[in-house]
Design a protein around this ligand. Sequence first.
Ligand code: PGA
Length: 253
Amino acid sequence: MRKKIIAANWKMNMTVAETVSYLENFRSHVDEVNGVEIVIAPPFTAIAKLSELLGGSQKISLGAQNMHFEMSGAFTGEISPAMLRELFVRFVILGHSERRQLFGETDAIVNKKLVLALASGLKPIVCVGETLEERDAGREKEVLETQLRGSLAGVTPEQMQTVVVAYEPVWAIGTGRTASPEQAQEAHAHVREVLKELVGETAAKVRIQYGGSVKPNNAASLLGQPDIDGALVGGASLEPLGFAEIIKAAVPK
Ligand code: PGA
């Protein structure tokens, strides 16, 4: 059984003050929730405060939205995995489509980050997904395969057990346009097939999240698909009650 994992990607939103009031509100809604792994990835500036407030919580894990591929050095503006680990960050999102599209991240860069994240004890959430143009051209499976092979190059089956893959069709991110549960399931099944070629039987243990306009009203149907093991939630995670509702849709029945 793969435990479902629901992660909030706050992107470039939320000040420290907003984070404090969010958490208080959010906690009251998820108090009774069990059986789901919850992750919040705030902006870097809110990580220290959130870490202090969570105090090593087993219920809610801390995530980062990015990291650099070196441990330290002359890399102005970058954050290293050691800095994240010091603040008890457990997960790190790598290769989000916004980083790929707006900040030039390639599969090779994502792979370098992945290697260092794993060596540092961080659990990577590796994002893949096709653009609308690629889907319209019928190339989505090929694109996913290229991204997976490039981003996950050299990862052992053992390491892969700590990696989460997020399938996020670029055309569904922040657009209000969600992949249908059937479309998402088909893509997830394909991701798992590729993982099988890369890490064999371990593929059955890897959690694959769906991301792209996940909302309280579509979460249950997406999470009900056999290969959808969680969600990476952007916009809807900024609202504590709505995010809690998405999490509740993932509770094992
Ligand atoms: P969205 O973002 O939920 O706002 O579409 C998802 C993501 O980018 O991870």
